[in-house]
Write a protein that binds this ligand. Structure first.
Ligand SMILES: Nc1ncnc2c1ncn2[C@@H]1O[C@H](COP(=O)(O)OP(=O)(O)OP(=O)(O)O)[C@@H](O)[C@H]1O
Length: 313
């Protein structure tokens, strides 16, 4: 089966002269979740907007389900749902009516059985007759998702789905997204919360200044760029490290009470057992050992850090 999304050498230069996207190519398979990370102004929204037909590219092509988004836009649009970042709902409209209305906009005949199934899957069925202004923030976000799914798209774009929402609600949203994936929906989400990408995504794309720096399976990215640090706490402070331990890559804390050893998580042999043996040989008594793994945030910062003004995603 071909890719559900096929982005080929896509570029966008706004009239202002800004190059928002530079030669971006990316393919997605059905049922995948891709998290797009990037500092402010990296080009994430531009990319989503082009795929959704809201912004015109200046170069390259995008196909959704095999349909070119420019020459065959009607068929492409039917396959796409977009959940915008801002909550904009008609306050006095009932939940069910607002989802029905959106489906109608796509020219789809009404299908009450599907709408019931959709609202039930988003835990909104009990609220179907409530006016949207009576809903909590989390419910409103779920209504946005219901609207975006009302015409049964195969691809769903979530633009910062949990911006500014509390931790409990964020986790609830993650579950909703996982459930959608289980139903076979392909999802692209942009997020400024790295833990969100870490938790949900199958693949992670990092975009900076309009360039897609990399797209990799999350586990591969964590393994490739991730390092582990072994911290060894000592009983007695060390004035300095023996030369042979220095050359093994060990470092000593300023107070002499801790040793640090950074190692590659992919290495077949980490050298830890040998290292501990050598410490014993030197008569260095170990009180405790612990390890920490670099987070996606560390990895992300190391990828984009050559321009510190851009800050975190
Ligand atoms: N309509 C527009 N006209 C001119 N320049 C634009 C327009 N929209 C975006 N840009 C510029 O294109 C670049 C990419 O913007 P975009 O909104 O795609 O970034 P983003 O990654 O979504 O950022 P954020 O994380 O802040 O939402 C920025 O330099 C932005 O100023």
């Amino acid at each position: 089966m071909g890719p559900i999304i096929d982005i080929d050498h896509l570029s966008k230069r706004y009239d202002s002269g800004t190059f928002a996207l530079k030669d971006v190519s990316l393919q997605m398979q059905e049922g995948e979740i891709l998290a797009l990370l990037g500092p402010n102004g990296a080009g994430k929204t531009t990319l989503i907007s082009i795929i959704c037909g809201l912004v015109r590219p200046t170069g390259g092509t995008v196909r959704v389900g095999g349909h070119d988004i420019r020459t065959d836009w009607r068929a492409a649009r039917k396959l796409i749902g977009l959940v915008p970042q801002e909550i904009a709902l008609e306050p006095f409209e009932k939940v069910i009516d607002c989802v029905r209305f959106t489906r109608g906009l796509y020219g789809e005949p009404q299908d009450d059985a599907y709408l019931e199934q959709l609202l039930r899957s988003l835990a909104l069925w009990d609220k179907r007759d409530a006016k949207t202004r009576e809903l909590s923030g989390g419910m409103k976000r779920r209504v946005l998702i219901a609207k975006a799914l009302s015409h049964r798209p195969k691809v769903l774009f979530l633009d910062e789905p949990t911006a500014g929402v509390d931790v409990a609600l964020r986790r609830e949203m993650w579950q909703v997204v996982r459930d959608l994936r289980a139903q076979g929906v392909t999802i692209i989400l942009t997020t400024h919360y790295l833990e969100e990408a870490e938790d949900m995504a199958d693949r992670i794309g990092v975009i900076r200044k309009g360039e897609l720096l990399l797209v990799k399976p999350k586990d591969e990215l964590m393994g490739e760029f991730g390092k582990k640090r072994l911290t060894i706490a000592l009983y007695e402070p060390l004035a300095s490290l023996p030369q042979d331990l220095l050359t093994r890559g060990l470092t000593l804390s300023a107070d002499g009470m801790q040793l640090f050893y950074d190692y590659d998580t992919r290495a077949e042999r980490t050298g830890i057992a040998r290292l501990l043996g050598e410490l014993t040989n030197h008569g260095i008594a170990v009180r405790d050992v612990s390890t920490t793994q670099s987070s996606l945030e560390d990895i992300f910062m190391s990828l984009v850090e050559d321009n510190p003004q851009e800050g975190a995603a």
